[in-house]
Design a protein around this ligand. Structure first.
Ligand SMILES: [Zn+2]
Length: 245
């Protein structure tokens, strides 16, 4: 019985590690998702700013071109205005010219608004890139590190599971192993230190009779409340000693 408890103690230690690795396996991908979302957010902010800036620059070009064309047109029209024969034609031409001048004025006003907007957006875009790009690099390397851990965990779990199987094969009293595994599905650890008459995992006081039976080492004893397998401090010491090669 005592042998079995000592083996279960070693098993419990391995199971704690397996549990931790499995936590890593589920938590790391979740963390990577959060990190990826931050990257996407930063990249979206930068690209939105760039698109906004690009649109305004296209508009600026269009307005500048259009002003240039209109100005050229006015010059040509002005030059030929004296060739017009009738007063009616002359007045019509004057009207056209003044409409074109008005159009130019409107476009120049638009340009006056767009210019500073472009400057602001350029500065904002630059600031976003200066701050965002190193952060994205940092996030990417963190994700890479995490992926390395996750791929390492598989190998580590294999090693732990092999060690577990090895220990399990040495347990002759299978009913105790069965009980241990049953508790393990609900609680970690599945085994609890009995100290000063108390189950240290759930804090329940254990009957003196239970303590005596455990000390005698005839049968396995369980906590009445959490049902964990109880062990004594000296058994833990023995488990540690036998662990040494
Ligand atoms: Zn208990």
């Amino acid at each position: 019985m005592k042998e079995t408890i000592i083996t279960l103690l070693k098993l419990s230690d391995i199971d704690k590690q397996i549990h931790q690795k499995r936590d890593d396996q589920t938590e790391i991908p979740d963390e990577n998702q959060v990190l990826t979302a931050e990257i996407i957010n930063i990249e979206n902010q930068i690209s939105t700013k760039k698109v906004e800036l690009n649109d305004l620059e296209i508009l600026k070009k269009e307005l500048t071109n259009s002003i240039q064309l209109k100005t050229e047109w006015i010059t040509t029209r002005d030059e030929s205005i004296n060739d017009l024969r009738t007063q009616k034609e002359y007045q019509a031409a004057q009207k056209e010219i003044s409409a074109a001048k008005k159009e130019i004025k409107e476009k120049e006003n638009q340009l006056a608004i767009i210019g500073p907007k472009i400057d602001t957006l350029s500065t904002e875009s630059l600031t976003l890139m200066e701050k965002g790009e190193p952060r994205v690099a940092e996030l990417r390397s963190k994700i890479q590190e995490n992926n390395k851990i996750v791929s390492g965990v598989d190998t580590e779990l294999d090693v732990l599971n092999n060690a577990r199987n090895e220990l399990v094969s040495h347990i002759e009293e299978k009913k105790y192993l069965k009980h241990y595994n049953h508790i393990l599905r609900k609680a970690i650890p599945a085994i609890s230190l009995l100290e000063n008459g108390i189950c240290t995992e759930c804090g329940t006081r254990v009957l003196p009779q239970t303590i005596n039976l455990l000390k005698v080492g005839q049968s396995m004893q369980y906590c009445t409340r959490c049902k964990r397998i109880l062990y004594l401090h000296e058994m833990l010491e023995e488990a540690k000693v036998t662990e040494q090669p």
